[in-house]
Write a protein that binds this ligand. Structure first.
Ligand code: IPM
Ligand code: MG
Length: 367
């Protein structure tokens, strides 16, 4: 092996439900890319979510956090189970699988979550929007703030005069907004130079602070066209004319909701990769979708969001742009002929394949 062969340590969270299946396919593709592009990947298995509850009694351990910090990046499948049937949901909320996910985001400082929505030409028939809208093109990224806001403010439940009460605090500081605004403007500079801040500034103080800080950061990016949009309007515009968006910046809860909507307009949530970035090059990469326990172990899951998340890991954390692009191209190529069950099609020239076959097809298309 040449001395200049780069070697990276990757934390792997297989997770629950379909997690292990989709991760296996992403690793298949990553290993092939590493071979072709001449770098080495070493994997550290990390436990999170339901599988961590089963093993350690808690959804996130100190050991997982410490091991993750030693890695260059983390690739994750999905976590959680069926709330109606899984014993994990008999536990109090702070001990459930999702608490592990929120905990690792916070512990690793993953404040910027990028979720990409791109409608591939070959998936035009899977897009639920009218063809005239889809044809205008859909290619945008949502930057969702991931370690603040309602998710991490004080949560309280109490009783007053015999009546149950509950509250969740939506709190943001200038620096929390500024650091993700900078990432959003940087992203816009590399894309279509358009940034839309989505907020509820007609009602919320926190949104008014977001606007103030974003207006300030915007002064450093005179080339970027900035637009401000209320979240209710944004949710409507996403289906009315998604082609108007390039970079969408928003707080944690709005981003959670809008990114699910945004994934569907491109055909399936099974296609949406995501990157959660910390300061510097470290990041955690995972599909936006959940663990789909109903189809777990049936070889039905779509591994493409995870494979595309792995491509992002190569791009943002490992600096392997060429390999990242090759994976994205391979996915596009494979979609010309093959689909998983979620990407329903009335075309008779496409073939339905399972999760494992899809991963193999992408790896093979790499060359
Ligand atoms: C997501 C998920 C999580 C979130 C849940 C599982 C806690 O919906 O990553 O979007 O709300 O952030
Ligand atoms: Mg969500």
């Amino acid at each position: 092996m040449g001395t200049d062969t780069k070697s990276y340590q990757i934390g792997v969270i297989r997770g629950d439900g379909i997690g292990p299946e989709i991760i296996a396919e992403a690793l298949k593709v990553l290993d092939k890319a590493a071979k072709i592009y001449g770098f080495t990947l070493q994997y550290t298995e990390l436990c999170l979510g339901g599988s961590s509850i089963d093993r350690y009694g808690v959804p996130l351990t100190e050991e997982t956090i410490e091991k993750a910090k030693q890695c260059d990046a983390v690739l994750m499948g999905s976590i959680g189970g069926d709330p109606k049937t899984s014993p994990w949901y008999q536990l109090e909320p702070s001990k459930r699988p999702e608490a592990g996910l929120l905990g690792i985001r916070k512990a690793l400082g993953l404040f910027a979550n990028l979720r990409f929505s791109k409608l591939y030409d070959d998936l035009m028939d899977s897009c639920p929007l009218k063809e005239s809208i889809a044809r205008e093109g859909i290619d945008f990224v949502i930057l969702r703030e991931l370690t603040g806001g309602l998710y991490f403010g004080a949560h309280k439940t109490w009783t007053k005069d015999g009546e149950d009460m509950a509250s969740d605090e939506l709190l943001y500081s200038d620096h929390e907004i500024r650091r993700i605004a900078v990432k959003a403007f940087d992203a816009a500079m590399l894309r279509g130079k358009k940034m839309t801040l989505v907020d509820k500034a007609n009602v919320l103080d926190s949104s008014r602070l977001w606007r103030k800080v974003v207006q300030d950061v915007a002064k450093d990016y005179p080339e970027v066209e900035v637009d401000y949009m209320y979240v209710d309007n944004a949710s409507m515009q996403l289906v009315r004319r998604p082609s108007q968006f390039d970079v969408v910046l928003t707080e944690n809860m709005f981003g959670d909701i809008l990114s699910d909507e945004a994934s569907m307009v491109t055909g399936s949530i099974g296609m949406q990769p995501s990157a959660s970035l910390a300061e510097g090059s470290f990041g955690l990469y995972e599909p936006s979708h959940g663990s789909a326990p109903d189809i777990a172990g049936k070889d039905l899951a779509n591994p493409l969001a995870t494979i595309l998340s792995a491509a992002m890991m190569l791009r943002y954390s490992l600096g392997q742009e060429e390999a990242a692009l090759a994976i994205e191209k391979a996915v596009e190529e494979v979609l010309k002929t093959y689909r998983t069950a979620d990407l329903v099609s009335d075309r008779d020239d496409v073939e339905q394949v399972g999760c494992s076959k899809m991963g193999t097809l992408v790896a093979d298309a790499l060359g």
